[in-house]
Design a protein around this ligand. Structure first.
Ligand code: AMP
Ligand code: ZN
Ligand code: FE
Ligand code: FE
Length: 281
């Protein structure tokens, strides 16, 4: 059992992680086990375009005594730049959100086909059946799965090389796919009673782009993030304060797919957790 500390100072919640339901390497149960082992009191699984993890995670988190808040990460686009939108504290069975997940998953299927076509033109032959061996659900295949197959077939020497040379944002085989607007993702999250956060703002180089997307009705901004230095956190905290936005934070843990990022390396305290998960108060 996780022990829920009485002390405000000891409360830690990691609000950004991925399970095997998207491109993480731990199952939802394994993630919760690791979160408990790491002394986390609050947690959210923010899989790409799916909330499937919650079927097993909700009862298991209850059993383990860890506070699990609903979460998801949607891939959107603004001015042809890829923008990730985090949703929290929404109702897991809301039809609009579930339908939107499906729409995003179908975008993924079409986009992945195009990525494989581009790779094929470079004589890198990856079949959909190869990908099935590393990730069973075709609706939630992501670039890390394609990278893993490239590695296993000897086309690259590391996952990093696959991203750097082919799959990374705006690399030669990167395909954004039929774009979804940031505003639509925010709208759907709101319809489902949730709050929308701009994910890892530091990964978007263009400051004016951030100002623009923040005007679309975000509730908050992810200020604490696995790979941000402290100086970077300060910048986002100041922006959140100035724009009267909530703050969030988490590691973006993926397990083996990103071995340098540890679960709980970024986290929020009790006040921040309950400012987001108001339905759990
Ligand atoms: P997708 O959802 O298919 O667009 O893939 C996005 C995911 O790819 C991210 O959430 C990361 O897990 C992974 N990713 C993106 N860029 C890199 C990179 N340079 N190195 C390793 N993984 C990456
Ligand atoms: Zn990912
Ligand atoms: Fe992301
Ligand atoms: Fe993520």
């Amino acid at each position: 059992m996780c022990s829920l500390s009485e002390s405000v100072d000891l409360f830690k919640a990691d609000l950004h992680s991925h399970s095997t339901c998207s491109d993480g390497s731990l199952t939802p149960r394994e993630l919760i086990d690791l979160a408990c082992l790491g002394g986390l009191h609050g947690f959210s699984i923010t899989d790409h375009d799916t909330i499937e993890a919650y079927k097993e995670a909700v009862p298991y988190a209850k059993e383990k005594g860890i506070l699990l808040g609903s979460g998801v990460e949607f891939s959107c686009e603004h001015r042809r730049k890829s923008i990730h939108v985090l949703g929290y504290d929404f109702s897991l069975d809301h039809p609009a959100l579930n339908e939107y997940c499906l729409k995003q998953q179908h975008r993924r299927i079409a986009r992945n086909k195009e990525i494989l076509d581009r790779l094929r033109r470079l004589r890198i032959i990856i079949e959909e059946s190869d990908i099935q061996k590393v990730h069973r659900n075709p609706l939630t295949v992501g670039r890390p799965h394609i990278a893993a197959v490239m590695l296993s077939k000897g086309y690259v020497r590391s996952i990093q090389e696959a991203f750097q040379s082919y799959l990374g944002d705006y690399g030669c085989c990167f395909v954004l796919g039929q774009p979804f607007s940031v505003a639509e993702a925010i709208e759907v999250i709101h319809q489902a009673g949730g709050k929308a956060f701009l994910a890892h703002p530091n990964l978007y180089a263009d400051g004016s782009l951030i100002d623009e997307v923040l005007s679309f009705g975000f509730d908050g901004i992810e200020c604490y993030y696995g790979r941000f230095s402290q100086g970077k956190e300060k910048r986002w905290l100041e922006i959140a304060k100035k724009k009267n936005l909530l703050i969030s934070g988490g590691s973006d843990f993926h397990g083996a797919a990103k071995p340098h990022v540890f679960l709980g390396c970024s986290y929020v305290n009790r006040d921040v957790f309950f400012s987001i998960f108001t339905s759990m108060k």
